[in-house]
Design a protein. Structure first.
Lengths: 311, 320, 302
C-alpha cells in the first residue's frame, strides 16, 4: 500500500468580476491529478511555474481547499482533515517551504520557531522542550547556542535548516518539500539537498519533492511526475522519464537542460531544434483546444504518459 | 472605467441608508419630539397624547423611520421650536455663509499648498524646504481651534486688522459693492486661519510626491534627452503629482465641515456650524438632526466625487 | 561537546519578549534629538502634572471666590484667577491631568477595539471583512466631530465615562483599517502558512504570530492617535461638549476666551492652556513622527 495516494485531485479557484464581484470564472490550478508515493521514496513533481505543482502540494497539506478528489494517507481518507489545526494526520505530514526568509517569523527566536509544533502537540516542560529543540538543531547541523538568535542572524541555507528542524520536530512520515532550495545560492543548494537525503535515510522519511529544476529532480527522486496546466503529462521512474520520455512536453523539457560541455553545443542545439519542431507539429494532437493534456495511459507498470489516441 | 463609477455609485446607496438610520437613532435619542416645539406648556396633557397619536409618534420604530425618511427626502425636517419656522428655511438662511467660507478656505488651501509643496519638493533639503517642512510640522500638530483663537487675538484684537465677528458690517444693503467687499473682508481671517492648517497635509503630500517622482525613470529619461529643468517639471513631474491633489478636494469636505464648526464659533460667523452649536445649546433638536444629515450627505458626496476623479486620473487607486 | 551539555543543564529557560520593538524604537528616538527632547519634556510634564495634582486641593480650586475675580498673575495666584475667582494655575494642572488621562483612555480603548477588529477582519478576509470595511469606510467619511457633539447632547446622564465611550465609539475605525491592511499583507507571508502546517490554530496565529509583527506600527499609530485624541477632547471641551465644567480640562480653560474681554485683556486665563495644548501635541507628534520614520525606513529595507 502506498504511503500517500492522491486520486483525481482538483483544486479550482474562483475568479471574481463584474459590478457585483460575483464568480465569473474558475481557474483550474489542479485538474485531475493522481499519484502514489511509496514509503521511503522521493516523488518529484516537476513543471513550469503555474503548472499546479505547488498547489498540489499545498492541497495535500491543507493550505489550499480541495475542490474534488481524494487524498489517502496509509489508506485512510484525510479529506478535509488537514484544514483543521488538530488533524490527526498533522503530525505525519509536514512541509518545507520555498522561501527561507518569509517562512520564519522574523519576530521569533529559533527556540520559539522550532518549538512551535512541539507546543501544539506535546506537553513538555520548558527544560525538556529546550533539550528537544537543541537535539533537533544538532540534527540539522546547527549549534545549540543558536536557540536565542533571531532568523535575520542566519544565512539562507541556515534558515532552511531551521525550517527543516521545525518540519521534522513531530517525526513526520511524509515531508512535502516545495522548491526547498530554489531561493538559495547554487553553492548552498547541493549542501542542503545532500543533507535532506541524509536525514531521509536517518528518519525513514518520504518526500514529495516539488521543483522546476530537472537536474535537482534527477538527483533527488525515485519517481517523477511532470505537470502541465494542472494535469500530469507523464509519470514514471526517474529512469523512465530521463531515458525513455514519451510525451512531447517531457521531451522538450529534457532538451532544455543545459549541457556544460561546449563541444556538444552544436549537437544539443540541433536536438533542441528538432524537438521544438516536433512539439509544434504535434501540439494539437497532444493537447485539446484549451491546451489541456489527455488522460494518462499506461506504457508499463511504472510508466504513464498522456498520449493521444492512435489514429 | 464605467464599471468603476457604477460600482462606486452603488456603494453610496447603503451609505446613505446607514446614515439615515444613524441620524434617526440620534433624533430618537435626543430629548423632546416634534411636539415640544409646537405646543404651549398650558396645553392639556390628554390633548398632547392625542396629538402624539395623530402624528404617529407612538407607532413602531420602523414606521416612524419610514415617515421620517419620506418627509426628509422632500426636504421636510419639521419645525424649529425656537425660531418657529421650518428647519429647512432656517438652514437656508445660513447655508450660503458656510458655503462661502468653505469655498474661500478651499481656494486658499490650494493657493498656499501648491507653491509651498513645489518649492519644498523641488528644492528639497535646502533652507526653504526646511522652513516649509517646519511649518507643516507645526501645522500638523496644532489644533485648529487654538490656532484660530491665536489668529483672532493677534490680528483681530491686537492689531485690529480684521473684524472680530459677523459675516458683514451692519447697515449695508445686500447687492451693493460695499456689501460684497465687507463680506469678503469678514471672510478673510476665518478662511485664512482654517486654510493655513488644512493646507498642511496637501503640502506634505505634494512634497513627498514630487521627491518621489523626481527619481522615477521617466523623469531621468526626460533629463537625459536634454529637456530643460522647467520643462521637466511642468511636463513630467507636476502633471503627475498635481492631478491627485486636485482630486482630493472631495475628501477635504469632511475636514472642512469639522473646521467650519470651530471657525464659525470662534469668529462668531453666522453659518451652519454656529447654528448647529446654538441649536444644541437651546435644545432645538429638529435643527440638529437635519444638520447632521446634511453634513453627512455632503461628506458622502465629497468622497464619491474624489473617488471617481481619482479613478479617472489614476487607475492604480481605483477601488476594487 | 562539554560546553554544550553544560549549557543545557545550567541555563535557566526564561521566556522573553520577541525582538523588542520598544528597544528598536527607543534607539531611533535617541538618534533624533528633537524627538528625544520632546519625550523628556513629556515625561517631565506628566510627572509634574500627576505629582502636583496629588498635593493640590481640588475642591478649593473649583470653588468660586467672589473676592478674587479676574486677578492678574501674582505671587498668590501664579497665573491669576478666572471669572469665578478660581486659581488658573491649579486648573491648568488639573486640566492637563484630565486631558492627558482621557486622551490615554480613549487611545487605549480605540486601540484595543481597532486592533481586534482589524486583525480579525484582515486575517479571515472574505465577506465579513468586505462588509466590515465598508462600514468602517462609511464612518471614516462622516464628520465625526458633529456626530460626537450630537450624541454628547443626547446622553441623559452625562459623565466622563459616557464621554470617553462616545469618543471611542467613533474613533476606533482608523486604527482598525490600518491594522486590517497590514494583517492582509502579513497573512500572505509563508510563516503564517507554516504555522498552519505546524498545527497552530487561527487564534493562536493571529495573536502570537501576526500581532508581534505589527507591534511597531501599533506603537506609532497609538502615539499619533494620542495627540489627535487630546486635541479632539480639548476641542470638544472648548466648544462646551467635552468634560463637564466641574472637571476642568485644558479646553475648558481655553473656552473662557469666548468672552471677548477675556480674549483681549486677560491672556493669563486662556493663553497658558492654549500654549500647553500646542506644545503637548507638538511633542507627542514629534515622538510619533520620529517613530514613524524609523518604521517606514525599516520597511523599505525589508
Amino acid at each position: 500500500m502506498a504511503l500517500l495516494e492522491v486520486r483525481e485531485l482538483k483544486v479550482h479557484f474562483p475568479v471574481y468580476g463584474g459590478v457585483f464581484r460575483r464568480v465569473i470564472d474558475r481557474v483550474k490550478a489542479v485538474d485531475g491529478v493522481s499519484l502514489n508515493i511509496e514509503a521511503g521514496q522521493t516523488y518529484g513533481l516537476v513543471g513550469e511555474s503555474g503548472s499546479g505543482k505547488t498547489t498540489t502540494g499545498r492541497a495535500i497539506i491543507g493550505l489550499n481547499p480541495v475542490t474534488s478528489g481524494r487524498i489517502l494517507f496509509q489508506g485512510e481518507d484525510i479529506g478535509d482533515g488537514m484544514r483543521r489545526s488538530r488533524s490527526r494526520f498533522r503530525r505525519d505530514i509536514q512541509m518545507i517551504f520555498q522561501d527561507p526568509y518569509s517562512s520564519l517569523n522574523p519576530k521569533k527566536r529559533v527556540l520559539d520557531i522550532v518549538a512551535e509544533p512541539l507546543r501544539n502537540f506535546e506537553r513538555l516542560s520548558a527544560a525538556e522542550e529546550k533539550r528537544r529543540v537543541q537535539e533537533l538543531l544538532a540534527q540539522v547541523g546547527l549549534s545549540a547556542e543558536t536557540i536565542h538568535k533571531y532568523p535575520h542572524e542566519f544565512s539562507g541555507g541556515q534558515r532552511q535548516r531551521i525550517g527543516i528542524a521545525r518540519a521534522i520536530a513531530l517525526k513526520p512520515r511524509l515531508i512535502i518539500a516545495d522548491e526547498p532550495v530554489s531561493s538559495l545560492d547554487v553553492s548552498v543548494q547541493a549542501q542542503v539537498l545532500n543533507f535532506m537525503q541524509d536525514i531521509q535515510k536517518e528518519l525513514n522519511l518520504t518526500y514529495l519533492f516539488i521543483s522546476h529544476d530537472l537536474g535537482i529532480i534527477r538527483h533527488m527522486c525515485d519517481y517523477i511526475g511532470i505537470m502541465y496546466k494542472g494535469r500530469h503529462v507523464e509519470q514514471g521512474t526517474t529512469r523512465d522519464i530521463f531515458e525513455n520520455p514519451q510525451h512531447i512536453y517531457t521531451k522538450r523539457l529534457l532538451a532544455a537542460i543545459p549541457d556544460l560541455d561546449p563541444k556538444q553545443r552544436e549537437i544539443r542545439h540541433r536536438q533542441r531544434e528538432s524537438v521544438r519542431l516536433e512539439y509544434e507539429e504535434a501540439y494539437s494532437r497532444y493537447f485539446d483546444d484549451e491546451g489541456l493534456a489527455c488522460d494518462l495511459k499506461p506504457l508499463s507498470t511504472t510508466h504513464f504518459a498522456a498520449l493521444p489516441e492512435r489514429g | 472605467m464605467w464599471k468603476t463609477i457604477l460600482r462606486r455609485l452603488l456603494i453610496m446607496i447603503p451609505q446613505i441608508i446607514l446614515l439615515s438610520v444613524l441620524v434617526f437613532i440620534l433624533a430618537k435619542s435626543l430629548p423632546g419630539d416634534a411636539l415640544t416645539g409646537m405646543l404651549d406648556p398650558s396645553v392639556d396633557p390628554s390633548m398632547l397624547q392625542e396629538q402624539r397619536e395623530k402624528l404617529g409618534l407612538n407607532n413602531p420604530w420602523h414606521i416612524q423611520y419610514w415617515d421620517w425618511i419620506t418627509k426628509a427626502v422632500q426636504g421636510d425636517f419639521g419645525q424649529s421650536f425656537r425660531f418657529k419656522m421650518p428647519v429647512m428655511d432656517l438652514i437656508g438662511q445660513r447655508i450660503n455663509n458656510t458655503i462661502w467660507l468653505s469655498l474661500v478656505t478651499l481656494v486658499l488651501t490650494y493657493l498656499i499648498a501648491i507653491p509651498l509643496g513645489i518649492i519644498s519638493g523641488r528644492y528639497h533639503d535646502t533652507w526653504g524646504d526646511r522652513i516649509i517642512t517646519g511649518y507643516t510640522y507645526l501645522g500638523f500638530a496644532a489644533p485648529l481651534f487654538i490656532f484660530a483663537l491665536l489668529m483672532l487675538w493677534i490680528f483681530g484684537f491686537h492689531f485690529q486688522m480684521f473684524p472680530t465677528g459677523g459675516s458683514v458690517a451692519p447697515g449695508l444693503a445686500p447687492g451693493t459693492f460695499d456689501y460684497m467687499v465687507s463680506k469678503i473682508y469678514h471672510l478673510l481671517l476665518p478662511a485664512l486661519s482654517m486654510a493655513l492648517i488644512t493646507t498642511v497635509s496637501t503640502v506634505q503630500y505634494l512634497r513627498s510626491e514630487i521627491i518621489d517622482i523626481k527619481q522615477k525613470d521617466f523623469v531621468l529619461l526626460a533629463r537625459a534627452k536634454g529637456a530643460s529643468e522647467s520643462r521637466v517639471y511642468t511636463h513630467h513631474i507636476l502633471r503627475n503629482s498635481l492631478l491627485p491633489i486636485a482630486a482630493f478636494f472631495g475628501f477635504e469636505i469632511t475636514g472642512l465641515i469639522g473646521g467650519t464648526v470651530f471657525i464659525e464659533y470662534i469668529f462668531s460667523y453666522p453659518g451652519m456650524g454656529q447654528l448647529f452649536l446654538n441649536s444644541i445649546l437651546i435644545r432645538d433638536f429638529s435643527v440638529v438632526t437635519a444638520l447632521v444629515l446634511l453634513y453627512g450627505i455632503a461628506s458622502i458626496l465629497g468622497s464619491l466625487i474624489s473617488d471617481i476623479i481619482l479613478g479617472i486620473v489614476d487607475p492604480r487607486i481605483r477601488i476594487k | 561537546m562539554d560546553k554544550a551539555s553544560r549549557l543545557v543543564e545550567d541555563e535557566v529557560y526564561e521566556p522573553s519578549a520577541s525582538p523588542s520593538s520598544w528597544q528598536i524604537l527607543w534607539r531611533e528616538i535617541k538618534r533624533d534629538k528633537l524627538a528625544l527632547a520632546s519625550l523628556i519634556f513629556l515625561g517631565i510634564v506628566v510627572a509634574a502634572v500627576y505629582g502636583v495634582s496629588l498635593i493640590l486641593d481640588q475642591k478649593q480650586i473649583v470653588t468660586v471666590d467672589l473676592f478674587a475675580l479676574y486677578q492678574p498673575p501674582s505671587s498668590k495666584f501664579w497665573l491669576g484667577t478666572d471669572y469665578g475667582g478660581r486659581d488658573v494655575f491649579g486648573q491648568l494642572i488639573i486640566g492637563t491631568r484630565n486631558s492627558l488621562s482621557i486622551g490615554i483612555i480613549v487611545t487605549v480603548l480605540t486601540g484595543v477595539i481597532g486592533i481586534l477588529a482589524g486583525l480579525i477582519s484582515g486575517y479571515f478576509g472574505g465577506t465579513v471583512d468586505n462588509v466590515a470595511m465598508r462600514v468602517v469606510d462609511f464612518f471614516m467619511i462622516l464628520p465625526t466631530l458633529m456626530i460626537v457633539i450630537a450624541f454628547v447632547a443626547a446622553v441623559p446622564k452625562y459623565s466622563v465615562v459616557s464621554f470617553s465611550l462616545i469618543m471611542t465609539a467613533f474613533l476606533w475605525m482608523g486604527i482598525a483599517r490600518l491594522i486590517r491592511s497590514k494583517t492582509l499583507q502579513e497573512r500572505e507571508l509563508e510563516y503564517v502558512k507554516a504555522s498552519r502546517t505546524l498545527g497552530s490554530s487561527h487564534l493562536k496565529i493571529m495573536f502570537t504570530q501576526v500581532l508581534p509583527n505589527l507591534s511597531s506600527i501599533i506603537i506609532v499609530t497609538m502615539t499619533l492617535n494620542l495627540a489627535a485624541n487630546i486635541g479632539l477632547e480639548s476641542g470638544l471641551s472648548f466648544l462646551g461638549f467635552g468634560f463637564p465644567e466641574s472637571t476642568p480640562s485644558l479646553g475648558t480653560l481655553v473656552s473662557y476666551a469666548r468672552n471677548p474681554q477675556t480674549l483681549e485683556f486677560r491672556w493669563w486665563i486662556w493663553l497658558p492652556a492654549s500654549l500647553l495644548i500646542l506644545v503637548l501635541m507638538l511633542s507627542i507628534n514629534n515622538v510619533g513622527q520620529a517613530l514613524k520614520r524609523a518604521t517606514d525606513a525599516r520597511q523599505r529595507r525589508g
